[in-house]
Structures are given as structure tokens and as C-alpha cells.
Ligand binder design. Structure first.
Ligand SMILES: Cc1cc2nc3c(=O)[nH]c(=O)nc-3n(C[C@H](O)[C@H](O)[C@H](O)COP(=O)(O)OP(=O)(O)OC[C@H]3O[C@@H](n4cnc5c(N)ncnc54)[C@H](O)[C@@H]3O)c2cc1C
Length: 348
């Protein structure tokens, strides 16, 4: 079997790249080890165009945001499901935060993304009225799990998926092609999320993965339409259900849920929300993140048939579509540009 590309991994990175290559009428096969956990099936899918700590725009947001919106809407049309839920995020502001918000909103040209004046009208019976709030209008969420499952169904219908673990020992090189068992491709692109640390071709890049845990709760009385963000986020997902997260740990790289993360999240939730949550689910996963929190894209310095698309652990839902499009255009030869701060060349 001859194809243009082999893609290894079918989380957010593999899915977005496969979608771009489909749009370009390229042929490919996707390998997906279904026994392996996926960060994308844990992620909350929150979209935040602002860096609150500094009150600046998120990196590349002016380009990435429109690309994100068109991509998720195109995927909704393609898959005939609702995936993208734009909405408002209310940021909890403490006393000095109000002045900081107003000053930086203008200075850093954030008007498109948020209300420059703190919101004095936002109230909720079950949220402490001691806070002020700043409103981010261009927030929302992606139903990332539905995206992964629905896109998988499409690929399966087209017979483009191999549900098996990719075995590096079986990869061979022929001139400027790669072969894997009976498949020959022009390029192979690894989109393995946090498992990249075991990839013999890329394991020496500088990763800074982090473990995260989130809760799914039912809170009958809360009746919240907006995402609330403080030490944690509380994100409505419909039917009195909320996602609450997330923890960060740079010491543990297992996928086990823990009592300590659950307690941490419930204590932080209790500082903001006075209501009785029922825990429906708890999930843990590893964010695939590089040392500088930027994606990593490009070709192996020694084997130009081998490429990587990874490092979406920070703001991946927002940045993923922009970089998937950029890399797909590079792969099919319609562009020769990869953003230098995301280019794998920064490691060589
Ligand atoms: C707790 C938590 C909360 C998060 N919340 C958010 C959020 O709110 N907003 C946001 O933007 N981002 C969030 N993220 C980050 C998000 O997870 C990433 O942006 C993104 O999902 C990573 O996708 P990925 O495709 O790179 O990795 P993954 O989803 O892990 O996919 C990797 C894929 O590679 C496959 N694979 C690996 N090795 C092999 C092999 N040898 N053979 C075959 N298949 C293989 C796996 O099976 C899988 O299909 C969160 C992450 C976590 C853990």
C-alpha cells in the first residue's frame, strides 16, 4: 500500500493534522494504540485567549483564534456534531486585580477579547459576592472527546486507521521514503502526545510534561452559564454538570487519579462556590509540553522523512488548528514556513 503520509497518534494533534491532510486530498494511514491513554480524552477543552498573570494576549492569539473558530466549525460540518461552544469566562479579581485588569486591558490591546471594565452585574447565588469579576468574551470550550470519537468514526468508515501500537523496530528507510510493514509513505509524522518520550527519534528533545487531574461534577443548584476562573476553573458542560480543574504536577507521570488531587480541587471549589457537588467522574492525564511551552513541529535533522507534531499541552485547543494548518501546508509543499518558535530546529 502506498500513501503520502503515515500518522502515528490520534489525539488532538493527529486528528487536526489528519483533517488538514484530508482537506488537501492527501492519502494517509493513522496508527492509534487504543490501549494507551490519551491526554485528549482527559482534557477539559477550555479556550482562554488571555494570560491572566501578566494580562497579555495569549501567544499568537490574533492568528490562532480565527483559525481555531473556522477549523472547529468546519469539523462540526464535516462530522455533523456540535463541538465548539463559544462563551464567556468570568475571571475572579481580588482587590489589586481590578486596577491591574483595567490598566493592562488597554495597554496590552485586549479589547477584542475582554471587557476592559470589570463586570459589576455578574452575580450568582452560590458564588461568593466578595469577588469582583473581569469578563473574557472570547472564551468557551471544545468538546474535545466528541471530536476525537467522531473523527475516529469517519476515519474508520474510510478504512484509514490501524488500531495497533506502532513498533519502531519495523520502520525502514528507502531513498526518500519510509516503509512500515506493507505500507510505504513519503513521510511519517509522529503525533504521540506524552508518549513521545519513548520515541527513539525524538526522545532527546526537552520535554516538560505535567500531570493534571480534573473532576466532573453535578451541582444542581448552581445554574451557572459562564465559565468561572480563579485558582481553578468551573466550566458548565450542560445539564447541571461542570468540569472543574485542573491540578498540575511535574513529579508524577502516571495516569492514576489521586485522593489528594480530588481534595485539592474540592477545597478550591469550596472557596468560590457554596453548593453541594456530586462527583460524577475524576480523570488524570499527562500534558505533552515542551520546556518552553511551545509546540514542536518539523523534521528529524538526520531523517527528513520523519516528522513530529507535538507539544500541545499548553493551550492546545487554541493553538492546535493554527499549527496543524501551517504544518499541513508545509508537508504538501504549498508553504515553506514553520513558526520559528515552534520549529523543531530550535533544538538543534
Ligand atoms: C488534565 C488535563 C487538562 C487539560 N485541559 C486542557 C484545556 O482545558 N485546554 C487545552 O487547550 N488543553 C488542555 N489540555 C492539554 C491537551 O491534553 C493537549 O492539548 C492535547 O489533548 C494533546 O493531544 P495529543 O494528540 O498531542 O496527545 P494525546 O491526546 O495523548 O494523543 C496521543 C496519541 O498517540 C497515540 N500513540 C502514542 N504512541 C503510540 C504508538 N507507539 N503507537 C500507536 N499510537 C500511539 C495514542 O494512542 C494517542 O492516540 C489538558 C490536558 C490534561 C492532561
Amino acid at each position: 500500500m502506498n500513501v503520502d503520509f503515515i500518522i502515528v497518534g490520534k489525539g488532538l494533534a493527529g486528528t487536526l493534522l489528519a483533517n488538514e491532510l484530508l482537506r488537501q486530498n492527501k492519502t494517509f494511514v493513522v496508527f492509534d494504540n487504543t490501549d494507551q491513554p490519551k491526554a485528549s480524552l482527559v482534557a477539559a477543552g477550555l479556550i482562554n485567549p488571555v494570560v491572566f498573570r501578566r494580562m497579555t494576549k495569549s501567544w499568537l492569539v490574533d492568528d490562532a483564534f480565527p483559525c481555531m473558530e473556522t477549523t472547529y466549525r468546519q469539523l462540526e460540518d464535516l462530522l455533523n456534531v456540535k463541538l465548539y461552544f463559544p462563551g464567556r469566562m468570568m475571571r475572579i479579581l481580588h482587590e489589586d486585580g481590578v486596577v491591574f485588569w483595567k490598566e493592562k486591558a488597554f495597554a496590552n490591546k485586549l479589547e477584542f477579547y475582554l471587557d476592559t471594565e470589570p463586570d459589576i452585574n455578574f452575580t450568582n447565588l452560590h458564588i461568593s459576592n466578595t469577588f469582583s469579576f473581569g469578563c473574557v468574551n472570547k472564551s468557551g470550550r471544545l468538546d474535545i472527546q466528541k471530536l476525537i470519537y467522531s473523527f475516529s468514526e469517519l476515519l474508520e468508515q474510510k478504512d484509514l486507521v490501524k488500531k495497533e501500537k506502532f513498533d519502531f523496530g519495523k520502520l525502514t528507510f528507502k531513498a526518500d521514503l519510509v516503509s512500515y510493514m506493507n505500507i510505504t509513505a513519503k513521510k511519517i509524522i509522529f503525533c504521540e502526545g506524552p508518549s513521545v518520550s519513548q520515541n527513539p527519534f525524538f526522545k532527546n528533545l526537552i520535554f516538560k510534561h505535567s500531570k493534571g487531574e480534573i473532576l466532573e461534577l453535578e451541582i444542581q443548584e448552581l445554574k451557572l452559564n459562564e465559565i468561572v476562573s480563579g485558582d481553578i476553573f468551573v466550566m458548565p458542560i450542560g445539564g447541571n454538570r461542570y468540569k472543574v480543574g485542573a491540578t498540575y504536577s511535574w513529579d508524577h507521570f502516571d495516569w492514576e487519579i489521586t485522593d489528594s488531587a480530588r481534595e485539592e480541587l474540592l477545597i478550591k471549589l469550596g472557596n468560590v462556590v457554596s453548593a453541594n457537588p456530586e462527583i460524577l467522574d475524576q480523570k488524570a492525564g499527562i500534558r505533552p509540553t515542551m520546556h518552553d511551552r511551545k509546540p514542536v513541529i518539523g523534521f528529524h535533522p538526520k531523517y527528513p522523512q520523519i516528522a513530529i507534531f507535538n507539544g500541545l499541552g499548553s493551550k492546545g485547543v487554541l493553538l492546535g488548528p493554527y499549527f496543524a494548518r501551517q504544518f499541513a501546508e508545509f508537508l504538501v509543499g504549498t508553504s515553506d514556513y514553520i513558526h520559528p518558535e515552534a520549529d523543531i530546529k530550535r533544538y538543534f
